[in-house]
Design a protein around this ligand. Structure first.
Ligand code: S3P
Length: 429
């Protein structure tokens, strides 16, 4: 993919449905009673991985109107069937980790795998507590890497302090918790996205929250509902950063999910001096949404660390481009989790910036970025097959001296199949 320098971005954009919420709507719909109707589902590769795995488990999922609505025929808590084939989660960490939790509670055998990237990612954070609950899980490297074989069965509730701030881990344990005898207790070190607990509560499952503790009594069956999926702030992030950086830009992102566990990017862009305003805040189903108005302005460097990190973990590739355009030195720390995402995002982002002529260094848990007011150097950028690295490279291309090439751009379809077209439509030249 070639990206030519742009003068500015202008117009209105509706980001696609939220990826995290789309996965959860299919999975919770699958074990609910009755039908679940999903509105504004994200029709992207990752969510199709979840869709296909659930079909192999006997769940009927369909869309009468090209994904504007998706219908999930709930099979009830104990209605899933033993899959005849290996379940392939593709590139999706959310699919494999949440399904590990769900499958641990089933009275049957299943095998989960994924693509080369997913097979490199750590699964022991999920496998260990599930084994402590009574699930039998075997796999490569002491069951820490996929493929993983799960013999589910009777589970006992445990009280568990999450060793990493991970919504995927928390959600996997909540899904297993539905199949437990007793009350599952989970403590997070730092709050992470709470879409699973919100959706479960909306589907009439009782969950008790107290500070960083969650308590979920087992044996509860979700009730099928209409689920509205807000626009994905993680997709909007690339346009927000590009509009903040490119002089003369003016953009509106409509119907963007504004769950406080996801809006770290808004706080940081504002701290950097972005001219950003949220209007028309409202509830869309169970999640807050709003329209984000943004205009370009000079940006200053910031420190991104601590409890903010889980609130913008997926936005760091985009924010790194903003940091490269800011005056001063931006420091990102407490983000070692980036090393085990779809790619090693610390290494990938620093290499991308260096290729563009930006001074940046890796640290064990983050990076240091020296902002520049010079246009980026034209370069060939590797996406490492990581959708968010590819899209970060594409917005950097808008700010380069001459066209930039992105290698393996197809991976953008993992979360945002329409990214290139929308970006083209927003260019003023
Ligand atoms: C997600 C949680 C985060 C995030 C990922 C989606 C989710 O991962 O990076 O893109 O849907 O729960 P971790 O749970 O590994 O932090």
């Amino acid at each position: 993919m070639q990206v030519t320098p742009a003068q500015a971005l202008a117009g209105t954009v509706q980001p696609p449905g939220d990826k995290s919420i789309s996965h959860r709507a299919l999975m919770l719909g699958a074990i609910a009673s009755g039908q679940t109707v999903v509105k504004n589902f994200l029709p992207a590769q990752d969510c199709f991985s979840t869709w296909q795995c659930l079909e192999h488990l006997g769940v009927k999922i369909s869309s009468p109107d090209h994904y504007q609505t998706v219908l999930v025929e709930g099979r009830g808590l104990n209605g899933l069937q033993e899959p005849e084939q290996v379940l392939d989660a593709g590139n999706s960490g959310t699919t494999i980790r949440l399904l590990l939790g769900l499958l641990s509670g089933q009275q049957f055998f299943s095998v989960l795998t994924g693509d080369a990237s997913l097979r490199r990612r750590p699964m022991d954070r999920v496998v260990k507590p599930l084994q402590a609950m009574g699930a039998q899980i075997a796999g490569r490297q002491a069951a820490s890497r996929a493929p993983l074989a799960v013999q589910g069965g009777k589970l006992n509730a445990i009280s568990y302090h999450l060793p990493v701030a991970s919504a995927q881990l928390k959600s996997a344990l909540m899904l297993a918790g539905l199949y437990c005898q007793g009350v599952m207790e989970i403590e997070e070190p730092v709050p992470t996205r709470d879409h699973t607990e919100k959706m479960l509560q909306y589907m009439e499952v009782a969950i008790y929250k107290e500070q960083n503790w969650l308590r979920l009594p087992g044996g509860q069956q979700p009730v099928g509902k209409e689920i509205c999926v807000p626009g994905d702030i993680s997709a909007a992030a690339f346009f927000l950063v590009a509009a903040a950086c490119l002089p003369g830009s003016r953009l509106v992102c409509r119907n963007v999910g504004l769950n406080p566990a996801r809006t770290g990017i808004i706080d940081i862009l504002k701290q950097m001096g972005a001219r950003l305003e949220i209007r028309n805040q409202r509830l869309y189903g169970m999640e807050p949404v709003g329209d984000i108005y943004i205009e370009s302005s000079p940006l200053q460097a910031v420190v991104i660390a601590g409890e903010t990190i889980p609130r913008l973990i997926d936005e760091i590739p985009a924010l790194a481009i903003a940091a490269a355009r800011a005056s001063g030195v931006t420091v990102i720390k407490d983000a070692a989790e980036l090393r085990v995402k779809e790619s090693d995002r610390i290494a990938a982002v620093v290499k991308l910036l260096n290729n563009l002529g930006v001074k940046a260094q890796e640290t064990p848990d983050g990076m240091i970025i020296h902002g520049t007011d010079q246009p980026f150097r034209p370069a060939e950028l590797d996406s490492y097959g990581d959708h968010r690295i590819a899209m970060a490279g594409a917005i950097a291309g808008l700010m380069a001296q001459a066209p930039v090439t992105i290698r393996q751009p197809e991976c953008m379809a993992i979360s945002f199949p329409d990214f290139e077209n929308i970006l083209l439509s927003l260019r003023t030249q």
